[in-house]
Ligand binder design. Structure first.
Ligand code: RB5
Length: 146
């Protein structure tokens, strides 16, 4: 199950993402927003990030204007590894090396065609584990210190 979250800046792109996921038969849970009315991205990011941290959803696609604000907010939730990606190489590597569980996209930065390709790669790429598992574990240890 994929958690979807966006603010007003990401609303339009998110409609295309939902269409893409429907076409692919990929299930998602939509945490909003459902209009392009101005809103605050931390409030939208939190319940979606929590659903991933709680195990209700496996991954997330979060969209705001730049992808930055919503990823910063998501990364405050323990267990979330959100990565802003504007290219396919980063999307592949953040899955292979960081086991990122949230893909953040900037709708004002990345066009819809590239965004969908980034999503495709993010969703299909597996974590490599091995030496990267130790590093991801160290990230979890940093979280546990606070
Ligand atoms: C909203 O105007 C904008 O600040 C937001 O979508 C995002 O880009 C923040 O990082």
């Amino acid at each position: 199950m994929i958690a979807l979250a966006c603010d007003h800046g990401g609303f339009r792109l998110m409609q295309e993402v939902k269409e893409y996921l429907n076409e692919q038969g990929l299930p998602y849970k939509d945490f909003g927003v459902d209009s392009d009315e101005s809103c605050d991205y931390p409030a939208i990011a939190y319940p979606a990030a929590k659903a991933i941290a709680d195990g209700e959803c496996g991954k997330g696609i979060f969209i705001c204007g730049t992808g930055i604000g919503i990823s910063i907010a998501a990364n405050k939730v323990r267990g979330i590894r959100a990565a802003v990606c504007g290219d396919t190489f980063s999307a592949e590597m953040t899955r292979r090396h960081n086991d990122a569980n949230v893909l953040a996209i900037g709708a004002r930065v990345t066009g819809p065609g590239l965004a969908l390709k980034i999503i495709e790669i993010f969703l299909k790429t597996e974590f490599e584990s091995g030496r990267h598992a130790r590093r991801v574990e160290l990230i979890s240890e940093l979280e546990a210190r606070w």
